[in-house]
Design a protein around this ligand. Structure first.
Ligand code: GLN
Length: 537
């Protein structure tokens, strides 16, 4: 029988509801339960894939190709829950299916309403993915009190009524601010937020209080009294120096015990052994390595969320503290001498990206990494540009380009997927989700990292390497070390005679976890550190 945990948020946004939900998932997994995590986003966009990374942070891609909210990235990083298109529902998606049913006549001429039709659709979407999980944790996006979240809150209220008491648990994450002038923590915002929740008919079973300091007993008493909840059910969600310490912080207060008691789950925890070992590693790095990221959205750290995390994970694995230094590539276009700044970093990474701005600057940075033997990691756009740089500067194909940036270049090194020979048009025309790749030789950076030939990684791009140029570039020295099993797509390119130079068409960052760091990142960080060490000699 599946149990359900609903996580709501109050007072303000950005309290870390996604991380709280993911950490609860990690706690339950530690007890041996199979969990699944689901996110409800109250906005009307049908999918987050089309939303600007500036506004909304990264688009996270699941194995099945669904473009989701970045919180689903946290879910997969903290737990072994796998996301699919059913794990991220937006109000837009829900309404879309209600309206489709209405057009089809499924409602037999009845008046179609938020209650029951929209709320039924929401409840249905929860039950649909619950089957093989012991516990389903659903996070309701937004803040209690938003007009947009109402149908979701109403749906989870009904859900509680329709299930036995020990099958459904409501957790509310609120904010307890510290007011400096009064030297006091304030519980009033929490009281108000819970009051709003209760007006809708939801009595939280557990309150998590986001705070920057210890909650005194007196505040817990007050919250318990005014929010109609037992004091033992008021927990701290205190700021921690690293998000991966959150599961431990919760466990130390016994949050998992309270959850399990309520849901009549009896298995004991294993004490978060792996998470505690990880914490020791994170807290005791042996040294620091700096990585230069040359990109376009450099001012928006959230647009590269998974990338940042994957680099940090690789640092944990190498016992290194990874510092990131962001370079806006257009800087190199304006002033080539600024490329010398790249000498100061251990390794250079060019992440994914879309659109023409800053491309020439990225090409300059790649050339610099190639010539100066600085470890280089090109991801998606970064890989495409590595082949363009190589074509232009090594293979002598002047003005070679991707048709994304030049409609009619003399050499179309990177070509639009659907224009490629033998490839039928794809819906939405992006290659999205997990695809297989075969590593071609054991003598490659890729094989050394993965230690296996057959791998699978996630994609999100429109353009591909044009196979017509494979032979020519190979003869000039570029190695094609990863190819799709059908032989149609280039997945990984490398250079010999370089400490570490690898470009991949996929996004390896989406599958990296703190307890299971992604191999390419691990080796890139190792090579970057060795590069610095050697230069320091
Ligand atoms: N713009 C390139 C493409 O669409 C690369 C995309 C990416 O880096 N994710 O193919």
């Amino acid at each position: 029988m599946t149990k359900f945990i609903f996580v709501t948020g109050g007072v303000i946004s950005s309290l870390g509801k996604g991380i709280a939900a993911a950490s609860i998932g990690a706690l339950l997994e530690d007890r041996g339960y199979k969990i699944t995590l689901q996110k409800f986003d109250p906005y009307l966009n049908v999918d987050p894939g089309t939303m600007s990374p500036f506004q909304h942070g990264e688009v996270y891609v699941a194995d099945d190709g669904t473009e989701t909210d970045l919180d689903l990235g946290h879910y997969e990083r903290f737990t072994s829950s796998r996301s699919t298109k059913f794990h991220n529902q937006t109000a837009g998606k829900i309404y879309n299916s209600v309206l489709t049913k209405e057009r089809r006549g499924d409602y037999l001429g009845k008046t179609v309403q938020v209650i029951p039709h929209v709320t039924d659709e929401i409840k249905h979407s929860i039950k649909k993915i619950a089957d093989d999980a012991d516990v389903l944790i659903a996070e309701i996006g937004g803040t209690v009190g938003d007009i947009e979240s109402l149908p979701f809150l109403e749906a989870i209220r009904q859900f509680g009524l329709e299930h036995p008491r020990d099958e459904v648990l409501y957790i509310h994450l609120t904010f307890v601010p510290y007011i400096k002038a009064a030297d006091e923590l304030k519980s009033k915002p929490t009281q108000h937020s819970v009051k709003q929740l209760r007006e809708i008919g939801i009595q939280p079973d557990i309150i998590l209080c986001r705070t920057d300091r210890e909650l005194p007993e007196s505040i817990k008493d007050k919250i318990a009294l005014f929010c109609n909840i037992r004091k033992e059910a008021v927990f701290e969600a205190r700021d921690v120096s690293n998000i991966y310490f959150v599961p431990i912080m919760f466990e130390q207060q016994g949050l998992d015990n309270t959850i399990c008691q309520h849901l009549a789950l009896r298995k004991q925890g294993r004490g978060l052994k792996k998470w505690k070992e990880l914490r020791t590693k994170i807290e005791n790095p042996s040294d620091v390595v700096e990585i230069g990221i040359v990109g376009k959205y450099v001012d928006y750290a959230d647009s590269y969320k998974s990338l940042n995390e994957a680099l940090a994970h690789a640092g944990f694995a190498n016992r290194l503290d990874v510092k990131l230094r962001w370079f806006d590539s257009s800087m190199f276009e304006k002033d080539e001498s600024s490329l010398a700044l790249l000498k100061e970093v251990g390794g250079i990474l060019i992440p994914g990206g879309f659109g023409g701005r800053g491309i020439e600057g990225m090409l300059l940075a790649i050339e610099y990494a190639r010539l100066n033997k600085i470890p280089f990691f090109g991801i998606c756009l970064g890989m495409q540009l590595a082949t363009v740089e190589f074509a232009r500067n090594v293979a002598g194909l002047a003005d070679a380009n991707s048709t994304e940036f030049d409609e009619n270049p003399p050499y179309r090194i990177i070509y639009k997927l659907r224009e490629l020979l033998d490839v039928e048009e794809m819906g939405g025309n992006m290659r999205l989700g997990a695809y297989a790749c075969t590593i071609q030789s054991k003598d490659s950076f890729a094989y050394k990292a993965y230690r296996q030939k057959d791998i699978e990684e996630r994609h999100r791009h429109r353009y591909e390497f044009n196979m017509a140029f494979r032979k020519e570039l190979e003869e000039a020295g570029l190695k094609f070390t990863g190819i799709s099993p059908d032989g149609k797509f280039v997945e990984i390119v490398e250079l010999d005679d370089h400490p570490w130079y690898l470009g991949c068409q996929f996004h390896p960052e989406f599958k990296s976890k703190p307890l299971k760091p992604q191999p390419l990142f691990v080796d890139f960080i190792k090579a970057s550190y060795m590069n610095r060490e050697e230069k320091a000699k």
